[in-house]
Design a protein around this ligand. Sequence first.
Ligand SMILES: Cc1ncc(COP(=O)(O)O)c(C=O)c1O
Length: 379
Amino acid sequence: MRSIPYGRQSITQEDIEAVVSTLKADFLTQGPKIKEFEEKFADYVDARFAIAVSNATAGLHLSVLALGLQKGERVITTPITFAATANSIRYARGEVWFADIDKDTYLLSLESVKNLIESKSKGFFKGIIPVDFGGLPVNLAAFRKLANEHNLWIIEDACHAPGGSFRDSEDKNQKCGNGNFADLAVFSFHPVKHIACGEGGMVTTNSKELYEKMQMLRTHGITKSNMQENHGGWYYEMQELGFNYRLTDFQSALGITQLAKNEASVKRRNQIAEKYKTAFKGKIKFQALPIGALNAHHLFVIEVADRKALYNYLRKNEIFAQIHYIPVHKLPYYKKIGYKGAELSNAEDYYKKCISLPMFPTISGVEQNYVITKVLEFI
Ligand SMILES: Cc1ncc(COP(=O)(O)O)c(C=O)c1O
């Protein structure tokens, strides 16, 4: 049996043909495939607008800029995420404040965020960036209520969760990134994620104003919207200091065919998760699932006491599990600049025990059985 990674992209002949046909077409970038991908993605997550970007890090950066984050302004996020979430705040010279996670869902704890906000004066914080960690959507309805009370914006880091949903207090399913609660939501198309574009990302929103601002920031801060009759066709204005954070047409072509398979992929990921849960129930702790939520399962995380030994044991058996994540506040850069925030004991406990098992739609039954056997053998 070949080695088993924790995640693996799945590229079919259809994906290859879509890319090749775009490579033969007129536009490699700034062409029609980008708009098509944006419209299909917005439609998929039930949002009004989507903006394709070169990667999710760029999407997060543009999001904090579009929301007007200024030097020294404070934003709350989770320590259990990839560094890029917190880094986006630093790109705008903002201050990163961490709140703790819930010990069962591993998501940013509403209670910890609330306590942190209430320990400061009004206006102290500007925004919150919760993460749909592992593919499990944050209950954004509850976060929106808190954010409204304190006049905060919300960026949903939905990199792990295209196709996931949570159930709101009126029993309605709310899809990740649908823009009903967060101001902006950011998705990643790195190959370990659900939709592989090589590199790539998408930002969704229901706000026309933010959509237009993001579009401008994505292309150098340039717009042609102020074109007057006496201007030549070449006329444009650079109104802000923007970036080149565009996705190409051939990446978008791949994104379109990958997106079409996402529903089936989330379904398969949930079958894999169910099989792990059945095997581990009563023996090993795994990420909890709130009632009515659909975990898109980018990851399947378990907690074990001797995590390092399990990690090494699995490697010895050609199973390449991974750790998600070293808490961001433990990274040397954040230690050096001196992070602030709540007490982070749940995040620190979690980090001592967490390990992500192989989770990708093309894992075979035989491969998954082998992973389960090796984990149980170790336990
Ligand atoms: C939670 C989270 N946010 C942001 C990112 C950044 O995504 P990208 O690699 O597309 O820039 C990642 C990627 O690993 C991630 O897992």
